[in-house]
Design a protein around this ligand. Sequence first.
Ligand SMILES: CC(C)(COP(=O)(O)OP(=O)(O)OC[C@H]1O[C@@H](n2cnc3c(N)ncnc32)[C@H](O)[C@@H]1OP(=O)(O)O)[C@@H](O)C(=O)NCCC(=O)NCCS
Length: 244
Amino acid sequence: MDGVLPDDTMVQSSVGQCLYHPVRTNEESVEDTEKLVIRRFEARFAPVVASWVRDDAELFQLTPTTPPPLTPEKVLAWVRPNGRAYLGFQGGRKVPCLYGELNPMRTNDEHLWIGHVLADPGCRGQGLGQVFVRRLVESGCAEFFAERISLIVFPDNTPAVRCYERVGFTLNGDEHHRFGPKQRPYRMLRYEVLRPRGSAGGSLYCGTDAQAQPRSAQISPRTPHGQRAIHPDGSDTDAHDSGS
Ligand SMILES: CC(C)(COP(=O)(O)OP(=O)(O)OC[C@H]1O[C@@H](n2cnc3c(N)ncnc32)[C@H](O)[C@@H]1OP(=O)(O)O)[C@@H](O)C(=O)NCCC(=O)NCCS
């Protein structure tokens, strides 16, 4: 999910983890990769990004801790001091059509999480989201030397789940968060990719790797595998304190 950090309190599944290797899948042609240019986020595009959320329900799926309506100021507040926000530009256009963030987990700079992946409704469903997320992962490996990249998503957000799976993210377990004034509980899916030990980064493959263990510090008695929480406010925390 975006704006929500993967959670230390998650219940890990036995699903195999995804290792990072060539980021290009068989389906992705050279044309695909060239039709989207990734640049660092610029504040002047915050109003454009804010205009892409179609309704309150979509905003909740994107970031359950950002109250509606989404405003440029709230978009600017997503960008974390130690994180990086990116924009995707289609076919040399001057106005972006995709937004997303790469943020380090607080206790482990080599563990990143992807937040607030959002596309202009007019460009959705064309595979651009997948190209964009792949580029984020490539950037995480090449620039941040990421060993692990995580995200969390609501199970019923089918386009997002499909997009992440097509990139190569694999289901790593469930996370349970509470959102809203009534602190209603929600189940979320945690997806991850890992970079194989000893690799230089920038490439991705999927498969299980028994050696690829979480490197995050053990910070919660409810985190059997020592992983930290990813929360909708864009922070990873010691305790299960997510909420809006
Ligand atoms: C998530 C998001 C960025 C994806 O961007 P995108 O450019 O549409 O993604 P892609 O086209 O690369 O991939 C979407 C995939 O979902 C599929 N899909 C879309 N709607 C679907 C539906 N209702 N049922 C099944 N599959 C669906 C598409 O066919 C595509 O899969 P394919 O390549 O196998 O055909 C975009 O949907 C978005 O901005 N959503 C709103 C914000 C949000 O929820 N962000 C994610 C928060 S975790």
